[in-house]
Design a protein around this ligand. Structure first.
Ligand code: HEC
Length: 204
């Protein structure tokens, strides 16, 4: 690796001071403080603009935040009236599994391991309760909705990943976790002929 910054990075580093210098040379005054200084209502401040004397407003009834996920209950919560959903509530495709693998490697692998067996340096340092192996019988018996819930809401010592993973990404990870568990428990002889021939050279 070279110590010199790559061209895009160098441009980004030089960009801001350069822009400032150009604006100064042109005689423009750059006042970046004005947005902070302008008249405005702060959170929890009193305001005479509204009858209740408060600046903060409650959104009108029925308002949905622009970025709030929408969809059927099963998709958003992983649960239906009958309990955890057992089948994935979206189409499972190769793309979805690839996305799931990608997100799993970033957000789950540090604790649950690349193979899902929970053997990682981070896991070994967690003294109170270690991340479980996603391959063992208890984890494999979890319905898809329970894995989704663990990701969305957290579980015991495991934090929620709702802020990092969109609804579809969480289901992609669920699909990948299921595929991972399957891949670690299949016997070579159980694979279809074509896949077996493809796998054999890797297993020598
Ligand atoms: C910081 C470490 C850590 C990360 C990262 C992490 N987990 Fe966990 N996970 C744990 C621990 C610890 C437990 C056991 C919690 C307990 O028993 O209190 C657990 C439990 C679980 C369970 C079991 C839930 C149940 O109902 O028994 C599942 C499924 C799971 N994790 C999946 C995931 C997935 C998928 C990801 C990635 C989105 C992930 N975890 C990321 C530490 C982690």
């Amino acid at each position: 690796m070279s110590a010199r910054p790559s061209p895009p990075r160098a441009a980004a580093l030089l960009g801001a001071p350069l822009l400032g210098a150009v604006l100064l040379a042109l005689g423009c005054e750059v006042d970046l403080e004005r947005m902070l200084e302008q008249r405005k209502a702060e959170a929890y401040e009193a305001s005479s603009a509204f009858a209740d004397g408060m600046a903060m407003r409650t959104p009108p009834a029925g308002t949905v935040p622009a970025l709030a996920p929408t969809g059927p209950e099963e998709l958003l919560s992983g649960r239906s009236a009958a309990g955890y959903v057992t089948a994935l509530p979206l189409l499972v495709s190769a793309e979805l599994l690839e996305r799931g693998q990608d997100r799993y490697q970033i957000f789950c692998r540090p604790c649950h391991g690349a193979q899902g067996d929970g053997e990682t340096a981070v896991a070994r340092s967690m003294l109170l309760r270690r991340p479980l192996s996603l391959l063992d019988a208890r984890a494999r018996a979890l319905p898809a909705g329970a894995v989704y819930r663990a990701i969305s809401e957290g579980y015991g010592l495991m934090p929620s990943y709702a802020a990092q993973l969109a609804v579809s990404d969480r289901w992609a990870v669920v699909a990948y976790v299921q595929a991972l568990a399957l891949s670690q428990s299949l016997r070579l002889a159980e694979l279809p002929e074509e896949l077996r021939r493809e796998a054999e050279p890797w297993l020598r």
